[in-house]
Write a protein that binds this ligand. Sequence first.
Ligand SMILES: Nc1ncnc2c1ncn2[C@@H]1O[C@H](COP(=O)(O)OP(=O)(O)OP(=O)(O)O)[C@@H](O)[C@H]1O
Ligand SMILES: [Mg+2]
Length: 285
Amino acid sequence: MIAPQFATAHTAQATPSTPAPATPKPITLSSRDLTIRFGGHVAVNQVSADFHAGELTVIVGPNGAGKTTYFNLLSGQLMASSGKIFLGERDITSTGAAPRTRMGIGRGFQLTNLFPHLSVLENVRLAAQSKARKGFHLFSIWSDHAELIERAEAYLQQVSLYQRRHEQTAILSHGDKRKLEVALMLALEPDILMFDEPTAGMSVDEVPVIINLIQAIKQNQQKTVLLVEHKMDVVRSLADRIIVLQDGALVADGDPSTVMASDAVQQAYLGKRPNAINTREHDHV
Ligand SMILES: Nc1ncnc2c1ncn2[C@@H]1O[C@H](COP(=O)(O)OP(=O)(O)OP(=O)(O)O)[C@@H](O)[C@H]1O
Ligand SMILES: [Mg+2]
């Protein structure tokens, strides 16, 4: 969990007698000049960005731009070559992935993190149990088995997997496994949720389940949501803000309409005009 002082650290004070400007949203997660090199290749190149509570930031960019690598740096799966990462005001650059999870940074689980021989419900129950054990109140109600099951079932409802709860995870379709990943992340109750192409490989009729779920999460002003997404219809429906990465560098950062109209985006997409991108078949960037 993020301590309250972190969540409010950057909030400006409004003077009562003057008209209040739009209150800046609290910064929860930041990177400063974040860089990682693989041999001679700079996959993420001096990326500085602030992420705010109550805001959904979509990260776009061509294949190989460094989006997943940037996520891996933020969540601690990879350690930076240089630069800094802050959770609120706390420097977490050298903090490992597991402690970052406990601090409230939720990264979508990879398919390999699922226990294939356990049921769908058991997978989510284990995640909920791990959250309960790591919580402050070790013997709280959430550590009670029946409560954990109930909670796990609720998360499965949210991702439309409740009907499949007793099935073995191994036999789920790719789309259902992706939904299960999301349920596992929800069960950890993170403050910061990171989705890396959550709808990739899903059939068209499965996509709205995830979009609606992310839409619901972003209504919660305490949550910070980062989303890597190629599908422009998804980007348009969810983004409060768009960041563009190209060749590992941040080339645009701002509100969706400004960013999509910017020169940086047009260049990032090989000279294609954003309107042209938006109307392509499958609407991918
Ligand atoms: N562990 C690694 N070792 C070496 N190179 C890597 C490693 N991980 C990523 N890269 C390279 O870093 C670059 C960025 O990769 P990354 O997966 O972050 O791109 P991406 O923007 O997520 O692309 P996509 O849209 O295809 O998912 C690529 O050139 C990739 O080959
Ligand atoms: Mg990627």
